[in-house]
Write a protein that binds this ligand. Structure first.
Ligand SMILES: [Zn+2]
Length: 173
C-alpha cells in the first residue's frame, strides 16, 4: 500500500490515479521478484547441465546471504536494474524510479552500475558466482545466454521450467 500511495501522490502520470497506482506498485514488486526467479532458472539449468544439484543452494548460503545489504550483493542490483529497464511497460516514470531506487540500501542501489549493456556482464558475473560459489571468480564464463531476459513470457510456460527427475525416491529423514 505504501508504494501505491507514493506513486499516487508523486509519480508523473500516476498522481491522482488510484487503480493505475495500485497496478504499477503491483508490477514494481512482481518485476523485481521475476528477475530473482529468472536467476534461479539459469542456476537450475546449470545444475542440470553440470549434474550438480546444489549450486544455487551453496551460492545462496555462502554468497547471497553473506553479502546481503552490502555493495557486493549483485543479485539485488540486477533485480533492480531489470525493474528499471522494464519500468515504462507498467507506466512508471524511469527518472522518478531511479531517484527512488538510489535511496535504497547497498546492493539494491548499485543497479545504476548494471544499466544497458552492463546488465549482461552482470548476468555473466552472477552466473559465475553461482557456478563456482565464489564472490570474485577467477573467470566469468560467457554463459549469459542461459538467461533469456529478452522474452519474459518464456518463463511463464510450464514446459520450460528445468526440474530434476530422480529414478528412485529416497527416504527423507
Ligand atoms: Zn530482491
Amino acid at each position: 500500500m505504501g508504494m501505491s500511495s507514493l506513486f499516487f501522490t508523486t509519480f508523473p502520470g500516476l498522481t491522482g490515479k488510484i487503480i493505475d497506482s495500485v497496478t504499477s506498485a503491483f508490477f514494481y514488486f512482481i518485476v523485481h521478484g521475476l528477475f530473482h526467479y529468472i536467476i534461479e532458472y539459469g542456476a537450475s539449468t546449470m545444475e542440470l547441465l553440470m549434474n550438480k544439484p546444489y549450486l544455487y543452494t551453496e551460492y545462496y548460503a555462502k554468497i547471497y546471504s553473506e553479502e546481503f545489504n552490502t555493495v557486493d550483493c549483485l543479485e539485488e542490483a540486477l533485480c533492480n536494474s531489470y525493474l528499471y529497464e522494464h519500468a515504462r511497460q507498467f507506466k512508471i516514470d524511469r527518472k522518478f524510479l531511479k531517484e527512488l531506487l538510489i535511496k535504497q540500501g547497498p546492493g539494491y542501489n548499485d543497479f545504476v552500475s548494471y544499466i544497458g549493456q552492463s546488465f549482461y556482464s552482470g548476468i555473466r558475473t552472477i552466473l559465475s558466482q553461482i557456478k563456482f560459489c565464489k564472490l570474485k571468480s577467477f573467470r566469468n564464463d560467457p554463459v549469459e545466454s542461459l538467461i533469456n531476459e529478452l522474452d519474459p513470457e518464456y518463463y511463464l510456460l510450464a514446459d520450460n521450467i528445468p526440474i530434476w527427475l530422480h529414478e528412485r525416491a529416497e527416504i527423507v529423514r
